[in-house]
Design a protein around this ligand. Structure first.
Ligand code: EPZ
Length: 438
């Protein structure tokens, strides 16, 4: 096993220059399993180089699909040889998105046996709404020894109304319904950009999905899905993370290859905090710079088009650098303030009470040894390290590498002083958990 590594960040340097955003993690982790529904080979482009993709490709190959990497960000998937409908615990537990193989395998052949997904410490990560959708389409669902057993012959379209707005269950319902007999109507659907991207990918193969991006999605089952070439959308959260990093270091950064309309809520909050954002929709880029003081703000996370929960740790870090008392309310994930203890080690003054964090902006942070407890917490600690005086050592960086392609390279190109190093033996704690999270 490789020696555990850490990021070493020497803070206090302004980020300046340009950064290219990669394909969206939360879209590609659904689109790769969706390729199983295709009746011919398909090509997926703009795939980010992140470990969740590596795991998804590994699972596709374990199922029998032929997956060829045609280029650094392009994969050709031929699902025709798939002869297995079981995703074992060893593979499924490495990332939460393994649950999309439930809907894809069920939609492909009416059978699926997938381990309960790994959960990230974001509080309870139930899948009751996923199972509700599958049952509504005629599937029998059993959970035994940590495995979800699904069987439906055939799947029949139906009305599905979610009790909560859920990204994962909305995606899984689409995957299971796209070849089911008849009409499926999904009510109270999530509206995130990655849901629209999954529907667009499937429609490019000949699926019949309308309303993705609204709270009502209609799917007419089809029998055949032809091959396609499809580029994944840019990552809204990666873009937002670099926007916040530019602001936290009082830098001036051009963030390229974005979908500007996916950033509306993030731009709105940054401007409220005193950050300048020049959005250039024609060239798919935004310029972020700071030429005055950062000011306190109240922020609350909401399902899209509200402020994304996946940006909450990052914006809370920025508010530590803004003068005054700010408030952040987490309305989506059940517990998403675990990173606060680590920020406190860097001098942050944050009080958490249930879903609300009250942040006393001190204007400065100091470098310290910290641990990433999940993907976006790790991104927040990276931003804190970039803005802090002194050196920050970030451990458990496997969380960060699940969702951010080449973060060290991209930040170095922007002028950051950052490196990835083996943890010296005398410092090594227990090895990071092998399992993943979200
Ligand atoms: C997806 O998680 C993303 N993960 C998360 O991104 C993101 O934070 C989240 O959506 C919200 O946008 C992937 O796409 C792989 P949910 P998911 O189902 O599907 C409750 C990141 O940082 N719920 O929208 O698990 C649930 O408890 C990761 O990139 C049920 O009650 O989120 C939560 O409170 C972190 N029953 C709320 O819904 C269910 O069956 C939203 O969860 C499912 C969810």
């Amino acid at each position: 096993m490789k020696a555990p590594a850490r990021f070493v960040v020497r803070g206090g340097r302004r980020l300046t220059g340009e950064v290219e955003i990669s394909g969206a993690k939360n879209a590609v982790v659904a689109i790769l399993p969706a390729a199983l529904l295709c009746d011919e080979p398909c090509v997926i482009e703009n795939v980010p180089d992140i470990s969740d993709v590596t795991i998804s490709v590994q699972i596709l190959r374990e199922l029998g699909a032929v997956v060829e990497q045609l280029g650094p960000h392009t994969y050709r998937i031929d699902p025709r040889p798939v002869n297995c409908t079981c995703v074992p615990y060893e593979s499924a537990r490495k990332m939460r998105a393994s649950y999309y193989f439930m809907g894809a395998l069920l939609g492909r052949c009416g059978l699926a046996r997938v381990s309960m997904p790994g959960g990230c410490p974001l509080g309870g990560r139930p899948i009751d709404q996923h199972l509700k959708a599958f049952r509504k389409l005629g599937a029998e669902c059993k959970i035994e020894r940590g495995m979800v057993d699904l069987q439906a012959k055939p799947l029949k379209g139906n009305q599905i109304f979610f009790d909560v707005v859920t990204v994962g269950a909305t995606m899984n319902a689409i995957l299971a319904a796209v070849k089911a007999e008849g009409l499926t109507v999904i009510g109270n659907a999530a509206k995130e950009p990655h849901i629209v991207d999954l529907a667009s990918f499937l429609n490019s193969m000949g699926a019949d999905i309308i309303g993705a991006g609204t709270d009502t999605i209609k799917i007419r089952g089809v029998k055949f899905l032809r091959g396609t070439s499809y580029p994944v959308i840019p990552d809204q959260i990666e873009a937002g993370t670099y926007m916040v990093a530019a602001a936290a270091t009082k830098g001036d950064v051009l963030i390229k290859n974005v979908t500007v309309k996916h950033l509306d809520s993030i731009i709105s909050v940054l401007e409220k905090i005193g950050v300048n954002v020049e959005a250039d929709e024609e060239h798919d880029q935004v310029r972020v710079y700071v030429d005055g003081p950062l000011v306190k703000a109240s922020v609350r996370t909401r399902p899209h088009p509200g402020f994304p929960t996946d940006m909450q740790p990052q914006i809370s870090t920025l508010l530590c650098l803004a003068a005054g008392t700010s408030m952040v309310k987490e309305e989506v994930s059940e517990q998403r303030f675990q990173y606060v203890d680590e920020l406190r080690r860097m001098g942050a003054d944050i009080q958490v009470d249930g879903k609300v964090a009250v942040i006393e902006g001190k204007g400065v942070l100091t470098g310290a040894p910290v641990k990433a407890c999940d993907l976006r917490a790790g991104a927040a600690l990276m931003i804190a390290g970039l803005a802090a005086g002194g050196v920050t050592y970030i451990e458990d960086i496997h969380h960060i590498e699940r969702g951010y392609a080449d973060m060290v390279g991209k930040l170095t190109a922007l002028g950051a002083c950052i490196s990835k190093e083996a943890i010296p033996v005398e410092n090594a704690q227990t090895l990071p958990p092998a399992v993943g999270e979200v």
